[in-house]
Design a protein around this ligand. Sequence first.
Ligand SMILES: Cc1cc2nc3c(=O)[nH]c(=O)nc-3n(C[C@H](O)[C@H](O)[C@H](O)COP(=O)(O)OP(=O)(O)OC[C@H]3O[C@@H](n4cnc5c(N)ncnc54)[C@H](O)[C@@H]3O)c2cc1C
Length: 523
Amino acid sequence: MRGLVSLSWGRLATALLLVFVHLNLAAALSVPRFFELEARTRADLDANTVRRELGSRLSPGTLIFGPSDGKFPATTARWNTFAPPQIQVVVQPASEADVAKIVQYCNANGIDFLATNGGHGNSASLGTFTGVQISMALLRTITIQPNKKSAWFQGGVYGGLVTKYLWERGFVTTTGSCLYGMVVDNVLQLNVVLGDGRAIRVSPTSNSDLLWGMKGAGHNFGIVTSFELNIFPRGPDTWHYHNYIWTGAQLERVFTSLNRLHNNGSTPVNMALNFGFFFMNTTVSTTDPILSWTFAYRGPANEAEALLAEFNAIPSVYNEQGDVPYSGVSKVQGNAEDDFICQKGNKRITTTAGLQVYNLTAERLIYNGFRARAISHPTLAAGAGILHEGYSTAGVGARNPADTAYPFRSDHHLMLFNGVVPPNDPVLEELAWEWANEVKDMWNAGQPTRTENNYVNYANGYEDLETVYGREPWRLARLRALKQKYDPQNKFRFYNPIVESREGKGKGKGKGKGKGKRRSFQG
Ligand SMILES: Cc1cc2nc3c(=O)[nH]c(=O)nc-3n(C[C@H](O)[C@H](O)[C@H](O)COP(=O)(O)OP(=O)(O)OC[C@H]3O[C@@H](n4cnc5c(N)ncnc54)[C@H](O)[C@@H]3O)c2cc1C
């Protein structure tokens, strides 16, 4: 499918333009810049050259550096090193206006560019990139608007920063929870740099057709330099949290209670942040993974504990509870930026699924599969975590599914298999892929009447496009029409692309090894 898309307009457009350029070349030998598809290629790209040619055009404070710079490793570090982008030079713009200039410079020199923010992007399609990383790390200004109903955020902000900033000023927004729907449901307008280097406003009155695409597939269309998002009064001063560790023996009771709590998408709205893992904790057992669950409730302990009574009745190995400001919830739930789960530099094998309810048989089989690996391949088991997310999703389901490019509003649970493998161990890596696909298959087999859905931000890049962007034919058709209009050169093709690389950069085509399910982005 991706090949067809590429041929249908991407390659054709390229071919026509090349003919045009060649004709001009033959006629004049020198080609004006504006006739060239990609004016030059820059095989000898290095930071000194970029600094010399581009540096003076950018704002003071902008940083340009390459692999020999001490800042390079941290700036290019990835959460998943399975198929990392190949970064030749990093440019860290100090102002939003610089982003367009960097893109224009890259285009004029035939250099690919990739915006990065947190480096958590997981898709193996990122591994097809070689070129300039536009690091958004210096663009982190947040400006609350006078009406206190929205704020402008620059393109380099991230969840923890936003949560803390707003909380201290009496507000919250859609970071971490879905109380008010998803982030995309609350975006009012965006400033975007397109692939040709034009800076545009995307709003209900300006380039309004693109607003729909930016809400769920924005990485295919441009670099967001800033965006305006709804904010809300922060509500109660504290959130109640309760963390539990159960043994596998309690699995059926735990999932029965989880299904009752979530009630097929009707999770009590204030029971906002709930998730759990299967993982090894050898102080509990060297063969049996634990079930580690955490619940965070927007409000006082008595309200939360009434909803958690069933869980309190399940004998646990350990549990702890407390009350913290919202800005402290990620820390007590173990997913703050300095926590293990966010740690960068590991080679990870992942698969995902979207569910409505937990299937007890599937979960027992998945647990038993984990236990088998703990015995047969303890190294593999030691680095693995099987994530089950169950946020309160009423705000997500309340929106019209057609309003945004996000297609899976009827999924209530996001699942992620996350295996960590050593850098050079193809045998263990293959075993991890088998395991990852097995878990995914079990999740999907546990909901035989539903389709396979892969949340774009958890997708590993090998999934079929329809399972990521939606099966309704109009969805991909609409995205492709927007792509043709706003990024005809397919400059944004490195993160779960809706149009595959026209240069065939996906290293090696065809199916991979993991039960015929893997595509071939891997380097
Ligand atoms: C530990 C962990 C927990 C997570 N939890 C959640 C969760 O609870 N909910 C959820 O929805 N997702 C979650 N995710 C997924 C996360 O949202 C995605 O991985 C996301 O793409 C990460 O963005 P990033 O900026 O960190 O990554 P990057 O790799 O820097 O960027 C990812 C993609 O976005 C593009 N990009 C970055 N900045 C910009 C910009 N300013 N304009 C345009 N494009 C840009 C990049 O080019 C790249 O294609 C989680 C991921 C991890 C690793």
